[in-house]
Design a protein around this ligand. Structure first.
Ligand code: URA
Length: 208
């Protein structure tokens, strides 16, 4: 899987271990989700374009480089993707945000999109956020939606990926890079990632 990047760093490993722990409560879970996402964003944005600007330091005129974060769009998949949004926005505060709500129909097992609102995306760099890349079905539906809306430069960011989900996305969208903090062992019979961290949405918002 050439397009899967596991961002392996001691800080990420440390934070992810606390995140996985069943004893970690929602406040810390949200803080860690934000921090890990911020660290992933550092790697996932290496390719974005910079432009030169002239500035004055207290010593002299000089040229520096800047990114155009207005040309970045963040697309969290509701609801757990919301937990990652602040991590990206803390580094690129002028990015626009689009939302896609998807659930899996328990009868058909097909993804159902129940809400979508995207800003104009033109040639923007788009970061789709899905903390748990499990089967990959929701991420794939969100990526399809963004592509249909004209998105061309799409990156998927997640906290934990399963081998099944990563290979599904990777073969369906060979042009899309996936950044994750961990590639876990497998999916269980209920499509939860093992060892994983449980249900990310429930842990973010204490709904169980
Ligand atoms: N969604 C989650 O929140 N956790 C999983 O393990 C799989 C999907």
């Amino acid at each position: 899987m050439d397009n899967l990047i596991v961002v392996d760093h001691p800080l990420i490993q440390h934070k992810l271990t606390i995140l996985r722990d069943i004893e970690t409560g929602p406040k810390e879970f949200r803080e860690l989700t934000k921090e890990i996402t911020l660290l992933l964003t550092y790697e996932a944005t290496r390719h974005i374009k910079t432009h030169s600007v002239e500035i004055s330091t207290p010593i002299c005129r000089t040229e520096g480089k800047m990114i155009e974060d207005k040309k970045v769009t963040v697309v969290p998949i509701l609801r757990a993707g919301l937990g990652m949004m602040e991590g990206v926005l803390s580094l690129m505060p002028n990015a626009s945000v689009g939302f896609i709500g998807i659930y899996r129909d328990p009868e058909t097992i097909q993804p159902v999109e129940y809400y979508a609102k995207l800003p104009g995306i033109n040639d923007n760099e788009i970061f789709v956020l899905d903390p748990m890349l499990a089967t990959g079905v929701s991420s794939a539906a969100a990526i399809e939606y963004v592509k249909k809306a004209g998105g061309k430069h799409i990156t998927l960011m997640c906290l934990i990926a399963s081998p099944e989900g990563a290979s599904f996305i990777s073969s369906k969208f060979p042009d899309i890079k996936i950044f994750t903090a961990s590639l876990d062992e497998k999916l269980n019979d209920h499509a939860y990632i093992v060892p994983g961290l449980g249900d990310a949405g429930d842990r973010l918002y204490r709904t169980k």
